[in-house]
Design a protein around this ligand. Structure first.
Ligand SMILES: [Zn+2]
Length: 240
């Protein structure tokens, strides 16, 4: 079987990549929870890279205040459901990638069916209720969760894959109080692109650098810090 990987030629020549890595990407299935500030760069980068199947799940409609960062939408999209709108954009970017759009709110009772047979979950959510649901789903399905979050000029990134690493609830046992936070498109697109890189590492068979680690990036000073995360034996989700 020969496949036309010409459009991926510039990444196939990456160190340790080759046609094999590209074939693995083509066979991959990814679940993106939320298609907003983080979800847009994650989905676009995975589509450009040639991931075979991407599911995007969001229950929001496009609002004018999204347009400073959510670059898969424009003024003509206001009021439209985000996931099918993003799906149309992404299918035009790369017809090789199958994009499935789910217009659904992620809840504990529907999350397993939504994630289905994805190999990895990317957390691009803005609320902890749904984050806890995908965390528990990732543990049940034994798949990694790539967490990304932005508060103002600070970005956070971590990869959870219990039992070898802690889970999201070990680190955030209680949902922080959330309100409408300030956010800059350049920050969300940076964090989302980094989440996509970690997912690509995993899907091509490489090690994820942030597995069990937390990277905190302060974009007001450009200071980045990395911490090793510890499991909490008292964790209500993954502890004993
Ligand atoms: Zn835990």
């Amino acid at each position: 079987m020969t496949e036309n990987f010409e459009r991926y030629q510039r990444q196939i020549i990456l160190d340790g990549w080759g046609a094999e890595a590209q074939k693995r990407l083509k066979k991959s299935r990814v679940f993106i929870a939320g298609i907003g500030g983080l979800g847009c760069p994650v989905a676009l980068n995975l589509t450009l890279a040639g991931v075979g199947h991407i599911t995007i799940c969001d229950s929001d409609k496009v609002d004018v205040t999204n347009l400073n960062r959510q670059f898969l939408y424009n003024n003509t999209c206001i009021g439209l459901e985000k996931s099918p709108t993003a799906q149309r954009y992404l299918q035009r970017v790369n017809p090789d990638t199958q994009v499935e759009a789910l217009y659904e709110k992620i809840r504990p009772e529907n999350v397993d069916a939504l994630v289905a047979d994805a190999q990895i979950i990317i957390d691009c959510l803005d609320n902890f209720e749904a984050r806890y649901a995908i965390n528990q789903c990732a543990i049940r399905k034994k798949i990694p969760l790539v967490h990304g979050a932005v508060w103002g000029m600070e970005g956070r990134l971590a990869v959870f894959h219990p039992p070898n690493t802690p889970c999201l609830s070990c680190i955030f046992p209680e949902a922080p109080v959330t309100s409408s936070t300030p956010v800059l498109g350049a920050v969300t697109s940076t964090i989302g692109s980094m989440q996509a890189i970690e997912a690509i590492h995993f899907l091509t068979g490489e090690k994820m650098a942030l597995k069990g680690r937390l990277l905190i990036m302060d974009f007001s000073t450009m200071k980045f810090q990395q911490f090793k995360l510890s499991k909490k034996s008292s964790c209500m989700v993954c502890g004993h």
